[in-house]
Design a protein around this ligand. Sequence first.
Ligand SMILES: Cc1cc2nc3c(=O)[nH]c(=O)nc-3n(C[C@H](O)[C@H](O)[C@H](O)COP(=O)(O)OP(=O)(O)OC[C@H]3O[C@@H](n4cnc5c(N)ncnc54)[C@H](O)[C@@H]3O)c2cc1C
Length: 338
Amino acid sequence: MKRFRYMKAVSVREAIGIFAAEPGAALMAGGTNLVDLMKYDVSTPTVVVDINGLPLHDITEQPDGGLRLGALVSNADVAYDPRITERYPLLSSAILAGASGQLRNMATVGGNLLQRTRCSYFYDVQVPCNKREPGSGCPAKTGLNRGHAILGASPLCIATHPSDMCVALSALDATILVEGPRGVRSIPFSEFHRLPGESPERDTTLEPGEIILAVDLPLLPPSMGYSYLKIRDRLSYAFALVSVAVLIKIDDRIIQQAHLSLGSVAHKAWRDKDAETLLVGAAPVRAVFKRIADRLLDSAIAQEQNGFKIELAHRATVRCLEQAAAGTPQSQANKRIC
Ligand SMILES: Cc1cc2nc3c(=O)[nH]c(=O)nc-3n(C[C@H](O)[C@H](O)[C@H](O)COP(=O)(O)OP(=O)(O)OC[C@H]3O[C@@H](n4cnc5c(N)ncnc54)[C@H](O)[C@@H]3O)c2cc1C
């Protein structure tokens, strides 16, 4: 680990001031990803700005009936808050599918959004990686790529975004509230993370010096079915190979509304709103769900080792839609897939 200075910010303005003025600064929330990256010399900040003293620790009601999650609320506090378990059980389920109890106690809303990929080449400073060192190359293309992207990848990068929470936030149409040197702005979740394209080193559309203040959850229509299905090599403490978040509203056996997001298949949670509109007006039956899965994955491209993820994502999509439609969401306590 390289030497760095440590500072504790006491106000949002102070944090933004330091962050914007010093290009080598890194903000630290729970530290569960940043400190690992520093230990591996993947991240070498000149100054670490501890933001845990900022007033961003609350979950608050919004005038429109939604909820605002402060950037520093822990993943555990979000997952177990009664307002979340009652009104946004999809989010609670997705968070509880991730990491471990100890990690969820430390990890924060803002940190979860900005956690880096789990591509092993990104973490190994001895090898090239376009995300870590632009222009150096992508050994994953011809190397170990079993867990890598099947959608939206570029010739420069096939990394995936590993978060569970973000897949639910994508399906929920959350909004990210950020503040930077030029003021406060809201970013729709679908526009927050980027596809790699020509600049895989950039994970998000955040501007220099911007920090995350909160995530806003919109008011949902009543009685939406939901499920978060995470498929991984072990049933706990493992990142997803594929995950699916579904919200679905069904009246009189007809789908009125459906939100569907795939995780760990691309550089960002993957949503196709055109595919979702094909569900509206249809019956909630397997044949319809299979057609949607076909559509979602028709542009999927496999690398040498991850072709199985296309079939896995197809099956997980159909299964997750069935669970949500039947009102039998995937349990994160009893992880049998039923
Ligand atoms: C062993 C292990 C297993 C894991 N398994 C899973 C899993 O199964 N599913 C899953 O989703 N995640 C998993 N994680 C990742 C974990 O969820 C993240 O490490 C965590 O959410 C990061 O949050 P943090 O508050 O600790 O962020 P930090 O490590 O403090 O920060 C991460 C990044 O976010 C930036 N940042 C933090 N807060 C802000 C802010 N408010 N504004 C701007 N920038 C900010 C930091 O500068 C840094 O770049 C795992 C992690 C570990 C170590």
